[in-house]
Design a protein around this ligand. Structure first.
Ligand code: FAD
Length: 388
């Protein structure tokens, strides 16, 4: 059989990971990114251990800080300070991190085209046709990794709302004087959402998110209020915002020749809006499904929809239930964490992705490679220790 040709639209974590995994399996892959790389991406840049298995050495080397202390705030309680070496959050800046993932894809043989927005995408009997600012490409398969909202999903007539859509605002500020820069702060002070302070190498990323549309217009005030609790002032002109599609889209996530991955599939979690690890996981499932089709084990790609829902659905449903419990009484939820060591243990396992259904249920198929031991061996020692 001739080498399958695949076009991946969008060079975020979902697109680069899918492209790399497919190229490693022998496909001819073109990764098309609308913007000139490196490009900024609004994001707290917090990576949980769930992302670890798909991180190539180039991406590990961009980790700026490893945080194992989290201060949980909310309700009428004193802040709860947790220290958990097993559930460290690795902090990255998305421009550097995303380029590192693209570099790993390019090293695997992916042709990368940046500053080349895709304008239209059409699926027909012969394959897919993608028109970009610089020309036309035909391929066997299209991976839509173009984020939220997904223009490709709209083009192909599979656009649908996510279970919920959160609005998130963020701003980079100097480190607060308290807590120290080895500690992340998560505050459930925002209705139907939360606020965060994530320490990077030389500054803190401060943000707020809410999934309640009635709170959208109050979100700037929520951000300023949270920053004040850290002794920081927000310059409103530097605040930026974007949507996070959480809980998976309600409509089809695949057609005969196209799959939606990452934010294009609405694959961020309903409690924290964590999306990077799920973007990579959906990419791994997409690559496995494309490989099954190319090997003749299935006739088209629609099985991906079921695979992704089976894989992420149970965890997302539980996280949505926890989000609802926090909305009802954050004091009660945090009190339970204060009192019960076993509940704290479960919470840490959720972040680390260690127990079902928060762990990715089935191991990635063996033929899908990850950050291999060889990759890790090439990482400078100071970075290799960072994702434990
Ligand atoms: C404020 C904020 C904070 C967040 N914090 C965190 C966090 O701390 N941790 C976490 O895990 N998640 C976080 N998230 C969620 C996370 O950013 C996303 O889930 C993640 O980026 C999804 O990756 P992706 O590859 O699917 O999409 P993206 O990263 O959005 O990448 C999509 C790419 O497609 C490109 N593109 C779009 N249209 C076209 C086109 N027509 N042609 C070609 N290219 C196109 C875009 O330029 C972009 O590069 C946050 C989100 C926000 C908004």
């Amino acid at each position: 059989m001739s080498r399958p040709t695949i076009v991946v639209v969008g060079a975020g974590p979902a697109g680069s990971t899918t492209a790399r995994l497919l190229a490693e399996r022998g496909a001819r892959v073109t990764l098309i990114e609308a913007r000139r790389l490196p490009r900024p991406k609004l994001c707290g840049g917090g990576l949980t251990p769930k992302a670890r298995r798909w991180l190539p050495a180039t991406a590990l080397a961009t980790i700026e800080r490893r945080v194992d202390r989290v201060e949980l705030r909310g309700g009428r309680l004193m802040p709860l300070r947790l220290r958990e070496a097993d559930a460290t959050i690795a902090m990255v800046e998305r421009d550097r991190f995303d380029v590192a993932l693209v570099e790993a894809a390019a090293a695997a043989g992916v042709e990368v085209r940046d500053a080349d927005p895709v304008r239209t995408a059409i699926e027909d009997e012969a394959g897919v046709r993608v028109d970009t600012a610089h020309g036309r490409i035909r391929a066997d398969v299209l991976i839509a990794a173009d984020g939220e909202p997904s223009q490709i999903a709209r083009e192909l007539g599979v656009e649908s709302p996510p279970a919920r859509r959160a609005l998130a605002l963020e701003v980079d500020l100097p480190f607060p004087s308290q807590p120290p820069p080895d500690t992340a702060v998560v505050s459930f002070s925002v209705p139907a959402g939360y606020a965060w302070s994530f320490p990077k190498a030389d500054h803190a990323n401060i943000g707020v998110a809410t999934a309640d549309p009635r709170r959208y217009r109050l979100l700037r005030a929520d951000l300023a209020r949270f920053a004040r609790t850290l002794g920081l002032a927000v310059d409103a002109r530097r605040v930026r915002g974007h949507w996070i599609a959480v809980g998976l889209r309600t409509g089809a996530l695949a057609t005969r020749r196209t799959v939606l991955v990452g934010d294009a599939a609405g694959a961020a979690d309903p409690l924290f809006g964590e999306g990077i690890s799920y973007a990579m996981r959906s990419g791994a499932l997409a690559a496995a499904t494309v490989e099954d089709r190319m090997a003749g084990r299935m006739t088209d790609l629609r099985a991906y929809d079921k695979r992704l829902r089976r894989d992420l659905g149970p965890a997302f449903r539980r996280l949505a239930a926890i989000a609802r419990a926090v909305e009802c009484s954050v004091t009660l939820v945090l009190l339970t964490l204060w009192i019960s060591g076993s509940v704290r243990r479960v919470a840490v396992d959720v972040v680390a992705g260690r127990r079902p259904p928060y762990a990715f249920r089935e191991p990635a198929p063996e033929h899908i490679s990850a950050g291999t031991q060889a990759d890790l061996d090439r990482v400078p020692a100071k970075h290799a220790a960072m994702l434990s």
